[in-house]
Ligand binder design. Structure first.
Ligand code: BTN
Length: 122
């Protein structure tokens, strides 16, 4: 059984806490990124997501959005919660980061993509 609630850390050192999982799979939490594409001071930012709850193997897919409180950017993560052979849970995710650009001509460079792997924190 893979459970999304709790605290997680990724390979960049970013950590997040997912709390308040509702019956229909909606959840919210807080994200503290270790890195930023901006020159702003990093602050804890809210996240909101949704988990697929009808998963036979209990390794659910999910997605969440981080609305960065210290920048104009938005990141969406999508992924799956897995239980490894050693019994440890991991979250395999892919993200899209959208930065705000001030001109339509800059739209082409405004979105970046990457992946993050999260393991339980503490
Ligand atoms: C910004 O720079 O405007 C906001 C912070 C973005 C942090 C990105 S989101 C994808 C990647 N994974 C992380 O944990 N942090 C970076």
């Amino acid at each position: 059984q893979c459970v999304l609630t709790g605290s997680w850390i990724n390979e960049l050192g970013s950590n997040m806490t997912i709390s308040s999982m509702s019956k229909n799979g909606n959840f919210s939490g807080l994200y503290y990124t270790a890195v930023t594409a901006t020159k702003e001071k990093i602050k804890v930012s809210p996240l909101q997501g949704s988990q697929h709850h009808k998963n036979e193997q209990n390794q659910p897919t999910f997605g969440f959005t981080v609305n960065w409180s210290f920048s104009d950017s938005t990141t969406v993560f999508t992924g799956q919660c897995f239980v490894e052979e050693n019994g440890k849970e991991i979250l395999r995710t892919t993200w899209l980061l959208r930065q705000e650009v001030h001109n339509l001509r800059d739209d082409w460079k405004a979105t970046s993509i990457g992946s993050n792997v999260f393991t339980r924190f503490q």
